[in-house]
Design a protein around this ligand. Structure first.
Ligand code: ZN
Length: 426
């Protein structure tokens, strides 16, 4: 995500709509999860298959778990109509937006209705979905913790005449729950090219959007190729690309819904936004964050990689402009303040309530890597980031893992930069 789009976002409304209350567990049963799982449930999710009917606003979710037993799923925005497994209909309880089913022994099938949401927390009036950071329970039964990766299958029926639905039919690599999305609109599709590694890159724009879409994606194939060559193979299939979406007044930027990431209509001409969202295929989505405190591992790394890729494919003038703009964004973020770019702890914070969703993790993170590159060489750091990706691909990791890896691989101790860039409170 590019965070400049927070402008105009109604935080109060977003928080008011938050249905998750992880502190509450009304089941007084010591076998109900051992508290050590990455996710919010006693068992982690392995696969999520959704059959969605937009005409009736209903869906069927088939959830496979890593092991079977007592299951908790976030369903805060859903109206559940049936819960069953291979033994038939199952008794269940819904408390505080959580669905409880005990002794599940096969994939759990949940039939439900969902609603349109207007605060960037589900299916939006513009026809696309956004469930970051923890609003997946407004679209499908889920665990919102990004560490609990899931594969996806998605089928969408009931698309209005004259519109198309853009979504991945399958995502075969484990991904964070907030990665899944669809977009419905009057789209025009264009293929931009295929990378040497074989990934076909596309862009989809809305009526009147071609000029901006072409401008913003003019180097996207080269940028994507740079990621594939320097970081490693893309994890989410052989097709990927940018999709223009209508988020609403004041929202700006993009969201890492790989393989068809979303870019707000007003940002479609911005190359940095396309490059940033594409980079999430490697960090944030490809390597998931283990804790919300590790947000900088997603956003700082992708902000740096977008600048680096555009610098390589665009040359010195592009490089100078991107970093000048980043410096302006950093100055504004410091002025505004917020949580440190990398807070201490693991899942002790609420990313929105505790003000970690500012531009500080993005820009302090980008400049952290830039400072490391100054010390060790940009191409050396490229190699380090690539080997980190390959070591942690489709798994959760922490920013501490990255800091330790940089030191182990280069001999450069980044702890002073960690303090001045990432741990510092503004
Ligand atoms: Zn991002």
């Amino acid at each position: 995500m590019r965070s400049a789009w927070l402008i105009g976002w109604s935080l109060t409304a977003v928080l008011g709509a938050c249905s998750m209350d992880p502190a509450e567990d009304p089941i007084d049963d010591p076998t109900w999860g051992d508290g050590k799982e990455d996710g919010a449930s006693g068992v982690n999710i392995a696969a999520t298959a959704l059959d969605v009917d937009l005409a009736t606003m209903t869906a069927t979710a088939t959830i496979e778990l890593e092991r079977y037993g007592h299951v908790k799923l976030e369903v805060g925005g859903l109206t559940i109509t049936a819960v069953r497994d291979e033994r038939g209909n199952r008794q269940h309880r819904i408390t505080n937006g959580t669905l409880y089913v005990s002794n599940v022994r096969s994939p759990l099938v949940v039939e439900y209705a969902f609603e349109e949401k207007d605060m960037a927390n589900g299916l939006l009036p513009g026809g696309s979905t956004v469930i970051w950071p923890y609003f997946c329970g407004n679209v499908f039964p889920c665990h919102s913790q990004p560490a609990d990766g899931t594969t996806f299958a998605l089928a969408i029926d009931g698309v209005p005449d004259g519109k198309t639905a853009i979504y991945p039919e399958t995502i075969d690599a484990e991904s964070p729950p907030y990665m899944l999305a669809w977009a419905v609109g009057k789209y025009t599709h264009a293929e931009l090219g295929t990378t040497p590694a074989g990934t076909t890159i596309s862009v989809d724009w809305l009526p009147g959007g071609e000029t901006a879409a072409r401008a913003g994606t003019k180097r996207l194939v080269d940028v994507f190729d740079w990621y594939e060559r320097v970081l490693g193979p893309y994890a989410f299939g052989d097709r990927a690309g940018s999709v223009s979406v209508i988020w609403g007044e004041g929202l700006y930027g993009g969201m890492e819904h790989h393989p068809y990431w979303h870019v707000a209509k007003d940002a479609m001409n911005d190359e940095v936004t396309h490059a940033h969202e594409a980079a999430h295929g490697w960090f944030g989505d490809g390597v998931r964050i283990k804790c919300w405190e590790d947000f900088v591992l997603s956003e700082g790394t992708t902000s740096y990689l977008a600048a680096r890729a555009l610098s390589v494919v665009g040359g010195p003038s592009t490089e100078a402009k991107v970093w000048r703009d980043y410096q302006d964004e950093l100055d504004a973020a410091i002025e505004e303040g917020g949580a440190p770019a990398w807070p201490q702890g693991c899942n002790r914070i609420d990313i929105i309530r505790d003000n970690l969703f500012t531009n500080l993790p993005y820009m302090q993170g980008a400049f952290f890597y830039k400072d490391v590159a100054t010390a060790v060489g940009a191409e050396v750091l490229d190699g380090v980031i690539g080997r980190f990706y390959q070591a942690h691909k489709t798994q959760p990791a922490t920013m501490q893992d990255m800091v330790d890896f940089i030191e182990a691989e280069t001999g450069f101790d980044p702890s002073e930069l960690v303090e001045s860039r990432l741990r510092k409170q503004f």
